[in-house]
Design a protein around this ligand. Sequence first.
Ligand code: XMP
Length: 510
Amino acid sequence: MTHQFVLVLDFGGQYNQLIARRVRECGVYCEVHPYSTPLEKIKEMNPIGIIFTGGPNSVYDENSPKVDPAIFEMGVPILGLCYGCQLTAQLLGGSVKSAPNKEFGKTETRFNNQSKVFGNLPESGITWMSHNDYVDAMPTGFTSVAQTDDCPVAAMENAERKIYCFQYHPEVNHTENGIKMIRNFLFEVCGAKGDWSMGDYAKTAVENIRKQVGNGKVLLALSGGVDSSVVAKLLEKAVGSQLTCIFVDHGLMRKNEGDEVEAVFAGGPVNFVRVNAGERFLAKLAGVTEPEKKRKIIGEEFIRVFEEEGKKIGKVDFLAQGTIYPDVIESGAGDAAVIKSHHNVGGLPDYVDFKEIVEPLRLLFKDEVRALGKELGLPDYLVWRQPFPGPGLAIRVIGEITEEKLSILRDADWIFRDEIAKAGLDRDINQYFAVLTNMRSVGVMGDGRTYDYTLALRGVTTTDFMTANWARIPYEVLEKASSRIINEVSGINRIVYDITSKPPATIEWE
Ligand code: XMP
């Protein structure tokens, strides 16, 4: 191990990977291991600090997860969070009880900023609490360094032994200055130097892939989205020509997108197969207007195309996937190796004959994936690509899909995105696009009457895409986009901006 290392011991809480990600944000290398990791192994890892995560259990339950109390004798700084705080209190001779007033959510908290972990931070602020139990009596040698109205030990420390405990969750955004508290623990208590970066992650990921794959053949379904593109680039660096990427171009991509993906990956060393299947998809979609039916047809056809190409390649040893950590949470998979259904289309082609999955992004969050993509030298237009639905423009052309309508939409959408980028709003608005409605209306252009389509523009701000606000795009930007689209794209004579949030609307129109 060439870097300083922080060990996160996992007690089953929901924020475990988030803690790891916060440590990485501070430039410190870190890994999450199960609470049951033997002490000898922990010693071999030689951590500069250990963080105990939260967890759903009560420490006084018979089968609740525990650690060997000798861990406290190692002299390595320890930070216990929530369950980890209560466990520390119990193992060191304090007592934990069901709290008379449970605390959930944002809680006003007072801090003693003589403590190293709260140094240079305000004396009070909001913390995110989520607990039924609390520390009723601290172990000998500990003092309370934070309190709330209902919790006399919101944080405790034994500075001499370098043991710190928070009842709340510093890792979530709701805790004001939570990341600074973690940083203080790392830098002021553990002596971290911040000697790790995303470049190091890339190196380690490449080495791990080489170890896993050996001389094997790897297959990747490349969609051109951020995740699969970053996986492709990592595998390219790791195993080069052992990788085959199949890129099914269903003809429903945005303007130039297919060519952009090809430009990055074609020409070696990976075997890049682009299947131009646009006509096939359009034929299947002819006359179909119902959104779910469109999705289903596209999903099924994607699998057929992939299947045909897969057969040409024959047996592969590994299937690579761009699963990222939020997908792992969504699929409720925990640590289990679940194959994520292709997030863009129906499901994974189950005929593909392979023995193992390669998922090098499994522990990363979206913005870390982007940082890694940048580190690997992917161009901004791939790294910053916004989420794009698998069925593509098919669900942004309302009603029947024709090549003519797709072409109108591609051009209009490109202009809108161009204007958003020129206005410097492309990183602020999380998703923005045009929709070609099925409505025609009367207009006047020059001296003539027109009867053309209405185009809708949509822009949303969101963190999780489960809820979203319509983006307050400045009028001047909308005006510029509107006049350019009308002037440069024929077939559209009216443009509206969608001012519904989600809920009640969804982000896409279909
Ligand atoms: P909605 O429209 O449900 O969209 O508010 C939420 C997010 O999901 C994307 N989306 C899809 N992604 N296949 C996908 O891979 C789909 O069928 C699909 N439908 C919506 C949408 O673009 C937004 O980011």
